[in-house]
Design a protein around this ligand. Structure first.
Ligand SMILES: [Zn+2]
Ligand SMILES: [Zn+2]
Length: 266
């Protein structure tokens, strides 16, 4: 995608965590704007409420992209897309796992390595290890800047480190603090699932990813999908700051209720 002077990539989270996730990405040149929602993990009304809070009318979205079938990501996607006549992208595996012969007319499929355009945004899907049928994460560019997204991954793989190379902004899961999870009252099977190779990234995993990824352009790091039981914001922040030391990158956390407000990488 060619570089376009005056175009700006912006993003905002409607909320991030095990109770629901939705990320807005926008490319705007001041005249036209492309807006896409990544994941639709809140209920229909709640999604509309949170969009209104971000100043976005549902009908102004160009598409919804779903990472995987877990309810904190796929939530109300079919209802929401049907109501507002929106295009939906997801993997075949995610579609089948949702077991909805969806009445959404405009459904598009993507898989690992696919690059596709929605208006002025170009998305690339990459596969990640997680306990879902065919989970994907994405990086997106408007031709000027690159935003990478990585949540719901059990481990850092060379494949995803390569996919996230050269991001200007990176949203990365800091699900749990290893010790807090070990000490928590969660049943053993759940602890094993969360910390397993197809579970969720710990603060340490996120820090390792920041250390390993090519971060020559990295200006913003957003810690996301924090567990409310097994993590504390200051622990996640501490690990990310330590990992990003010397890079000059700004570090922010996304919350379950507020997500984070609109930001750019300029
Ligand atoms: Zn999740
Ligand atoms: Zn998940």
């Amino acid at each position: 995608m060619s570089r376009t002077p005056g175009r700006r990539l912006a993003f905002s989270s409607l909320g991030s965590g095990s109770k629901g996730n939705a990320l807005l990405v926008s490319a705007s040149d001041g005249v036209t704007a492309t807006r896409v929602m990544l994941d639709c993990g809140f209920g229909l009304r709640e999604t509309e409420r949170r969009l209104a809070r971000a100043g976005i009318a549902p009908a102004s979205l160009s598409a919804i992209i779903i990472t995987h079938e877990h309810s904190d990501h796929a939530g109300s996607v079919f209802q929401f897309a049907a109501r507002h006549r929106l295009q939906v992208w997801m993997s075949h595996g995610t579609f089948h796992a949702l077991e909805r012969k969806s009445h959404v007319e405009n459904i598009c499929f993507c898989r690992d390595g696919d690059t596709f355009a929605v208006g002025d945004l170009q998305f690339t899907a990459f596969t990640i290890p997680h306990d879902a049928r065919e989970p994907l994460q994405f990086h997106v560019t408007d031709g000027n800047s690159k935003l990478g997204m990585l949540t719901d991954a059990g481990q850092i793989t060379p494949h995803l480190t390569l996919a996230l190379k050269g991001c200007d902004a990176l949203m990365i899961e800091c699900n749990h603090d290893v010790q807090m999870l070990a000490d928590s009252s969660y049943p053993g099977f759940l602890k094993a699932r969360i910390k397993g190779a197809h579970g969720h990234l710990s603060n340490d995993d996120a820090a390792r990813c920041i250390e390993e990824v090519d971060r020559t352009r990295l200006k913003k790091i957003i810690g996301a999908h924090l567990s409310q039981q097994n993590n504390r914001p200051e622990l996640a922040l501490g690990k990310l700051k330590e990992a990003a030391k010397g890079s000059g990158a700004e570090i922010i956390l996304a919350s379950q209720e507020g997500g984070f407000g609109w930001m750019t990488v300029e």
